[in-house]
Each structure stands twice: as structure tokens, then as C-alpha cells.
Design a protein around this ligand. Structure first.
Ligand code: RI2
Length: 331
């Protein structure tokens, strides 16, 4: 069975970061699953399940770090498998996938808005806020604070090497917010003029550690030293159920060409034997985080495992059962 074009295109777009941001890639994957279900031409429900599992795998492996991607896929696939096990006919299974994908996308959009509402209450008029990379959840907080009449100023870091800070700067300017762009290396100098830091998240681990764009943990360190509160804006689908069972979050390593953009210079450095590393994310320990703003409210990072139990009890139980079955097989 040929894979739907939309699935292959979406996976490519995510890999190449033409579609980026943890929330956006999750919604794009859900959309691609719905498109795959619509495009399925077979007549058989077993074939449909296999085909959808193939689509899920292609999308899941497009980028490794942001858990929002597998969580969005699991949200849809869990509902598909449940309906399949209950004996639903092909047309119903197709409908289950389409409506679960729409449900996820809708939830995700509302979650970002809700984070804006909740987070903006912690921003005071006159605050200087610093952000890193380009997070729609963090920006929702800043935008809502501005729209509710608070006078705020923002420092946005460039966020080398992909420079998503330029997108942030453009967005803030278009909303009429006072923003200054700074090089990443100026973080510790500028933090002295900052009242609050707010960043997004790609993954929140069970112990409350936050995986976000590389440089985030340096900013957290600078904020801690300067006694500046450090907030993380993260929807609950950015919490990683696998980490409850001890799984380690994989940090994506991207191409050296993103670090040294000039092809001739890159070739020369390579000829000289220079190795270039490009880890895309880093980990901020819970002790550096004042609070995580979710769509369900503000939580201390140490409460991450409670969020996981409540939101992903089913995923954790399924995965634990699989691990136990494997152990028994070996024994
Ligand atoms: P929202 C981004 O990753 C950044 O690390 C950002 O903080 C995070 O996703 C969350 O983004 P990348 O795709 O979901 O730029 O809040 O590598 O938009």
C-alpha cells in the first residue's frame, strides 16, 4: 500500500524545520494522519491499521526530541486501536482517526490560548521579559499581557544557529510590543535588566527537568544567579510519559551546515580536521525553574509526575505492560 503524499511531505517538512516548534509539529503530524486516513484506498480494516501504523512511524521518526510529536500521534493511534479492538468497520475507523486528529489540533490551539491567559497574570506592567528561541506558548503569555494593557519590554535572544529569535522579534513587533534582539552570548549581561524569563518547552520529563532549545539552560543559570524568576510555558502534551519508566530524552544533533552556513568555509574547516557539533536542545534541571505554566494551571516542576499520571496514565500502563511482557518472555 502506497503511503499518502501528505505523510511523506509533512515528515520532510518537520525534518527540514520548514514546520517547526514543538506544538506546530504535533499539530502537523495529527493533520497528516487525518489526511492519510482520507487517502486510504484499500477495502480492509486490517490493512488500514497497518497502513496507519506505518504513517505514524514515519511521522514519529521525523524529529527525536519534542515529545509533543509522539504524544499527538499516540492520541490518534490509541483511539484507532481501541476502535479496531472493538471490531469497528473500516469506515468507522477512518472516521475515528479524522475526528481524533481534529480533536487534538483543537485542544492544542485552545491550550496555547489558555496558557496565555494564565501566564499573563504573572506579568506586571513595567516588566522587562526575556525569552529564548521561538515558542508560541511563551509568546502567548507575552502577547496576552500586552493586550491586557500591561506595559512590557522584551529581550529576545538570537538563538544560534537557526536564529529563531528573529521570528520572535518579528512577531512581537507585529503585535506592537517593544522588543530588543540580543546575541545569545549577551544573556548574562542583559539579565540584570530583566524581571522575568519565559521560555517554551519541547519536553518536560517526569522529574520536572525541561528540554528546550539549546541555550535555555544557560539562560536559566544566569537567571538563577541574578535571582530572576524563570517560567516555562508548556502544554500538558509536552510532558513525556516514557520518562516515568526511565526513558532518556534523545537530544537531536543537527547538521554542521547550520553552524557554519558558508559552504566554502565549512569545507575548509573539514579539510583542517575540525569537528563541528550542533546539539539542538539542552536540559534545564527543575531546581532552576520557578514554575511551569500549563493550560491546566501553574505547577512547580516537581509536580510533573502528577501531571503525567493524570494525563497519560493509560500510555504509561500500556508501555509498562509491554515491558513486563518482554521481561517474562526473556525469563
Ligand atoms: P512551542 C522549539 O523547537 C523551541 O525549542 C521552542 O522553545 C519549542 O519548540 C516550543 O515551541 P524548534 O522546533 O510549541 O525550533 O511553544 O527546534 O511553539
Amino acid at each position: 500500500m502506497r503511503m499518502a503524499q501528505e505523510v511523506l511531505r509533512t515528515a520532510d517538512d518537520i525534518k527540514a524545520m520548514r514546520v517547526r516548534g514543538a506544538g506546530r509539529i504535533a499539530r502537523a503530524a495529527a493533520r497528516a494522519l487525518a489526511a492519510a486516513a482520507k487517502a486510504f484506498e484499500g477495502k480492509n480494516r486490517d490493512e488500514f491499521l497497518k497502513y496507519m501504523e506505518g504513517a505514524a512511524e514515519i511521522l514519529r521518526s521525523s524529529r527525536p526530541t519534542a515529545v509533543s510529536l509522539p504524544n499527538a500521534i499516540s492520541y490518534v493511534m490509541f483511539r484507532l486501536r481501541r476502535a479496531y479492538d472493538a471490531g469497528a468497520p473500516l469506515e468507522d475507523l477512518r472516521e475515528v482517526v479524522i475526528s481524533a486528529a481534529e480533536e487534538f489540533i483543537d485542544y492544542s490551539r485552545r491550550a496555547v490560548e489558555m496558557i496565555g491567559e494564565i501566564g499573563s497574570k504573572f506579568i506586571r506592567s513595567g516588566d522587562v521579559v526575556m525569552t529564548h528561541c521561538n515558542s508560541s506558548a511563551a509568546l502567548a503569555v507575552i502577547r496576552k499581557a500586552h493586550e491586557s494593557g500591561k506595559d512590557i519590554k522584551v529581550y529576545a535572544t538570537e538563538t544560534r544557529p537557526k536564529c529563531q529569535g528573529y521570528i520572535t522579534t518579528r512577531q512581537l513587533l507585529s503585535w506592537g510590543i517593544d522588543v530588543k534582539l540580543i546575541p545569545d552570548s549577551a544573556m548574562r549581561v542583559v539579565i540584570r535588566r530583566v524581571d522575568k524569563v519565559i521560555v517554551g518547552a519541547d519536553t518536560v520529563a517526569a522529574n520536572g527537568a525541561v528540554v528546550n532549545k539549546v541555550g535555555t539552560s544557560m539562560l536559566a543559570l544566569a537567571a538563577k544567579e541574578a535571582n530572576v524568576p524563570f517560567y516555562v510555558a508548556a502544554e500538558t502534551y509536552k510532558f513525556s510519559p516514557a520518562t516515568v519508566l526511565g526513558e532518556i530524552v534523545v537530544i537531536e544533533e543537527r547538521s554542521p551546515g547550520e553552524v557554519v552556513r558558508d559552504a566554502d568555509r565549512l569545507a575548509l574547516l573539514r579539510k583542517l580536521g575540525v569537528t563541528i557539533r550542533n546539539p539542538s536542545f539542552d536540559i534545564t534541571p527543575p531546581g532552576y525553574i520557578t514554575a511551569i505554566i500549563t493550560e491546566k494551571g501553574l505547577i512547580p516542576p516537581q509536580a510533573a509526575s502528577l501531571v503525567l499520571k493524570e494525563e497519560y496514565g493509560w500510555a504509561i500502563a500500556t508501555e509498562a505492560a509491554r515491558i513486563f511482557a518482554e521481561i517474562e518472555e526473556v525469563a
